[in-house]
Structure formats: structure tokens, C-alpha cells
Design a protein around this ligand. Structure first.
Ligand SMILES: [Zn+2]
Length: 178
């Protein structure tokens, strides 16, 4: 088990090219390491609903926009929108190097591969396709789709974007009305 003190040495906050401030690897981190705990206020489902926050079934999923809700179990969620939750600064990437994982009732950001010192930590926010245009992605990865959408929806989004481009081209080719 990694102590909190050691956790601190694994990551640091710095300004991000993706968005605002991000979390960066402070040293080389091996695959499967628990890097930082995603902490927050434990709230009941009812409370989360009262706050009007969208809830999703997947443990990896955060709600849209500035919602920081993780499903913890059938009864409780974690609202990570608290200042002491530094993990809330982690940005989304279309090719993430970490994932959020539930481990014995807590949520950890875990390395999906070996991470090099200085690399920005990212995970898949898991947004669905709804309102994807409101969530542009600037992750800069080779396979960036341009929008923050969960891996599960990448195929569908690619199709939507292809059709949009095709429609645009079609409109440009139309002769101008007399
Ligand atoms: Zn991206």
C-alpha cells in the first residue's frame, strides 16, 4: 500500500497544454501504480439527484461539464468538487495514460502504462455523445477526436464527424441560387 506521503512524490500540479492546470508525473511511474486518490464528499444518490447532477452507471464516468461525481456503490457517490481533491485537475485524453478505478471503496487514479517523469496524467472522462460539441478536446494525442467523448463512443463519434464533413462538402458544391 502506498502511503499518502509517497503519493505526493509521485505527482505535481503544473500548467497544462491541454487545459488550465493539470497533474504531472513527478518521477517515472510503473504500470498499475495507484498514483493519486480521487477524494471528495460521500453523498447519497438522493442527495446527488437533489443537486441536479447527472449520474452515470460506469465507475469510470464523471458527469458532464464541471461535475465531479463518481459512482462509489449502489448507495453512495463521491462528489470530488472539493479543493483538497487535487485529482479533479487531471485532464481528459483520447489516449489516456491512467484510469479511475474503484479499489475497496475508494477511487484511485491508476497508471494504465509506464508513465515517464514530466508526462501529464490523463484519463478518459467517459462522456457520452450528448452535447459533445460543447466539450472540445485539446489533448494533442495522435488519435485525438477533437471532442471529449468516452472510448466506448469513439467509433460512433468518428461516424458522426465523417457525416458532418460530407454534408459540409455537399453544401459547398451546391450552385448558388440565381
Ligand atoms: Zn483528444
Amino acid at each position: 500500500m502506498i502511503s499518502n506521503l509517497k503519493d505526493e512524490a509521485l505527482w505535481k500540479i503544473d500548467s497544462s497544454r491541454i487545459h488550465d492546470n493539470g497533474i504531472f508525473a513527478a518521477r517515472d511511474i510503473p504500470l498499475e501504480t495507484r498514483i493519486i486518490e480521487y477524494i471528495g464528499r460521500k453523498i447519497t444518490k438522493a442527495e446527488a439527484n437533489r443537486r441536479g447532477l447527472a449520474l452515470f452507471e460506469s465507475s469510470k464516468t464523471v458527469g458532464g461539464g464541471a461535475v465531479y461525481i463518481f459512482q462509489l456503490n449502489k448507495k453512495y457517490d463521491i462528489d470530488g468538487n472539493v479543493p483538497e481533491n487535487h485529482a479533479r485537475l487531471i485532464n481528459h485524453s483520447c489516449d489516456p495514460n491512467c484510469e479511475a478505478r474503484k479499489i475497496r471503496g475508494r477511487i484511485w487514479i491508476v497508471a494504465l502504462r509506464d508513465v515517464t517523469a514530466g508526462e501529464e496524467l490523463t484519463y478518459d472522462y467517459g462522456y457520452d455523445l450528448e452535447h459533445f460539441l460543447d466539450h472540445p478536446c485539446k489533448c494533442g494525442s495522435e488519435n485525438c477526436l477533437g471532442y471529449i467523448v468516452g472510448t466506448d463512443s469513439h467509433k460512433k463519434l468518428k461516424k458522426i464527424l465523417r457525416n458532418r464533413r460530407r454534408r459540409k462538402r455537399g453544401n459547398n458544391q451546391k450552385p448558388k441560387p440565381e
